[in-house]
Design a protein around this ligand. Sequence first.
Ligand code: MRU
Length: 346
Amino acid sequence: MKAIEWLGGRVRFIDQTKLPGEETYIETADYRVIGEAIVSLRIRGAPLIGISAAYGLALGALGSRAVGPDDLRSDIRRISTELGRTRPTAVNLFRALRRIEDAAATPDSAGRIRAAVVAEAVAFHLEDEAMCRRIGENGARLVPDGAIILTHCNTGALATGGAGTAQSIITTAHRDGKSVRVYATETRPALQGARLTTWELMREGIDVTLITDGTAASVMNRLHIDLVVVGADRIAANGDTANKIGTYSLALAARHHGIPFYVAAPTTTIDPAVASGDLIPIEERSPGEVVEGFGKRIAPEGVRVYAPAFDVTPAALITAIITEGEVTYPPYNFVNVPSIQEQRNR
Ligand code: MRU
């Protein structure tokens, strides 16, 4: 199953809002369809948002009527700004857009620019696939045989260009022959855990138990959890990590119970330009996602709602951060994250 594919001038992606009931794919040559899909969570997960934006910008370049290179570059910048307004937290989005803009900077004809941006978007996707594999290998070493793992949101193939981040660690450990059991939180309000993580893990043949978000601390206390592993949407230079709302509570509960709490992410999710978590922009979602559950009103009309999509887990609560390069332990100081150019040359 591929969450997104480049079909040479068209993009095909799975509509994640329909899962697990329907496996529906959308095919488009229109970057606006990609932008809408990111906003509506048909496409979601930090790495996949970045890959989709890269493909969206490539589609925008192919669809532009510009004849000269400078006009095309100006169209690319305009479309990049538009795609950059879709979701603010995952830094992967902005990295991807910058990479495609950079690829358009030097070619001397519109045709060469179009070829360069398509090649760059495809390369960005392939790199993410490789990073997922390496995150899985690096993280699986920390998973003991027989481990009971708790995870949050969805960090699998549906969230990335490959096998996932936190989830790649789980599936790699499983494929390595280790016995693993997973508790997956439902992840209110869009239920990425209940709908997507359970679906993916069951397809992999991994033993998964779905719990409501509020059950996690109790499972740590009354049952047993060996480790928690989650993904990230943006990691600040000091290791503070923005991830799906509820992650911070899990980290607090894990600390109280003496359970290791790992964050897994590609280096494209690290933002050395942001010194600490309080500077990470946190997206607020529409109140509708909280007061309604799949089309049905569940809260009184007129109720005030606070609905941040993400929270920030302080670095002090994170046992280690697992990237494609290494496992980093505190104190975190991500000022020397490889540049985009270095990542490209790996
Ligand atoms: O709102 P979403 O579904 O895009 O949020 C996704 C998450 O928070 C994931 O944990 C994160 O992007 C890591 S994905 C590998």
